[in-house]
Design a protein around this ligand. Structure first.
Ligand code: NAD
Length: 348
């Protein structure tokens, strides 16, 4: 292995953060291992043209910590890690990915990489030529493949726990759900809701996705703006982050929010805004862990039934979050980190 110029960055609360600058192939990257108490850290590689090393560092630190919390809540044997490649994702060079693979070897399996923003299975294949620590490559023997059915199953379980909490009902029969984004996860989720006798309203920027939902599931189609006004029981953000904000929350008629998008709250205060309006918000990272569960099962030897069963555990996790919140007389999103921290560091 050629010698690489790397810099160990001392970040309080993090096990190991390393910046790599390899001018021979134009690779600038950071691996952040937040915590490995529960197992090797795992998280995707994100490639973005960050304006500076500091901006990339801020992103990778927040993302890797988020993975520790998500995996702890999911009850899997993974810790939290993440990596970023500072670069233009339209200019992908095999040499750059090979060098990144060598960089991964440096962590001796304490960080396992997977896909994230702007990283494809083909990119991972190039990385894997030089590293043993890569998972989630489509088409490879033993690969876990598309995680969205497992994610959708976990969201369904989170939805069931939430419906029980809010409406005292064990069944989704007659439940009205507004789903924002009817893509991989959204469609799978919608299918299961309809199968259980629920009704769905959907919005999407892709007309084909809407046509399919209308034809195959009898979904009511609404515009991308009108989705916030639907007279429904549950709003389900399944498109992108930040859609729970001051403006949208004021318009909601729902009693709960449960969806798969990451970082649904535009800002922390929006969690309180929802709580004050009497809307139960199921924290995104507690219910959307199906993707990392799927990768964890690949790590152990892939079996989709096992992944589905592990995703079913989200029901119990949500019940625990809701009962703790009631006991503490506070919003569930405010007790969720505490539960994750107890699992990560033990009770204190
Ligand atoms: P996807 O790309 O298959 O689906 C997203 C859908 O949202 C698409 O149909 C897209 O057209 C639509 N969309 C985009 N912008 C929109 C907007 N402004 N309004 C309405 N619709 C819009 O993605 P996915 O795999 O279904 O994942 C959905 C979200 O959940 C993403 O934010 C993803 O990061 C997150 N997530 C996914 C998984 C997983 O296993 N796939 C796991 C965890 C989190």
């Amino acid at each position: 292995m050629k010698k690489m110029l790397h810099e160990e960055l001392a970040v309080p609360g993090y096990e190991r953060v390393v910046y790599l600058d390899d001018p021979s192939v134009g690779l600038k990257a950071i691996v952040s291992i937040h915590n490995t108490n529960l197992g090797p850290s795992c998280g995707g590689i994100r490639m973005l043209p960050y304006a500076s090393k500091e901006e990339a560092l801020k992103d990778v630190l927040a993302l890797s910590k988020g993975m520790s919390y998500k995996s702890a809540l999911a009850g899997i044997g993974f810790g939290g890690g993440k990596s970023v490649i500072i670069g233009d994702p339209t200019k992908k060079d095999p040499e750059l990915f090979a060098a990144f693979g060598e960089f991964l070897e440096m962590f001796e399996g304490k960080y396992i990489a997977a896909k994230d923003m702007n990283i494809s299975s083909d990119d991972l294949r190039m990385i894997k030529k030089r590293s043993r620590y890569v998972l989630g490559i489509d088409g490879e023997p033993g690969s876990s493949g598309d995680p969205s059915p497992v994610t959708a199953r976990g969201i369904l379980r989170g939805l069931e726990a939430t419906v029980e909490e809010v409406f005292g009902k064990k069944s989704l029969k007659g439940l009205k759900v507004a789903i924002q984004g009817i893509g991989h996860v959204g469609f799978s989720l919608a299918q299961m809701i309809v199968q259980q006798g629920g009704q769905i309203w959907v919005s999407d920027i892709d007309q084909k996705a809407l046509d399919r939902a209308s034809k195959e599931l009898g979904a009511h189609i609404v515009s991308n703006d009108a989705i916030y006004d639907v007279d429904c029981d549950v709003f389900s953000p399944c498109a992108r982050g930040g859609t729970l904000n001051q403006q949208t929350i004021a318009r909601f008629k729902c009693k709960a929010v449960v969806g798969c998008a990451n970082n649904q709250l535009a800002e922390e205060r929006d969690g309180l805004r929802l709580h004050e309006r009497g809307i139960l918000y199921a924290p995104d990272y507690a219910v959307n862990s199906g993707g990392i569960i799927n990768i964890f099962v690949e790590y152990e030897g892939y079996d989709q039934r096992k992944a589905m069963t592990m995703a079913d555990g989200i029901y119990d996790t949500m019940n625990e979050i809701y009962s703790r919140a009631k006991l503490a007389k506070t919003a569930p999103f405010l007790v969720t980190d505490k539960l994750a921290e107890e699992r990560l560091y033990g009770r204190n």
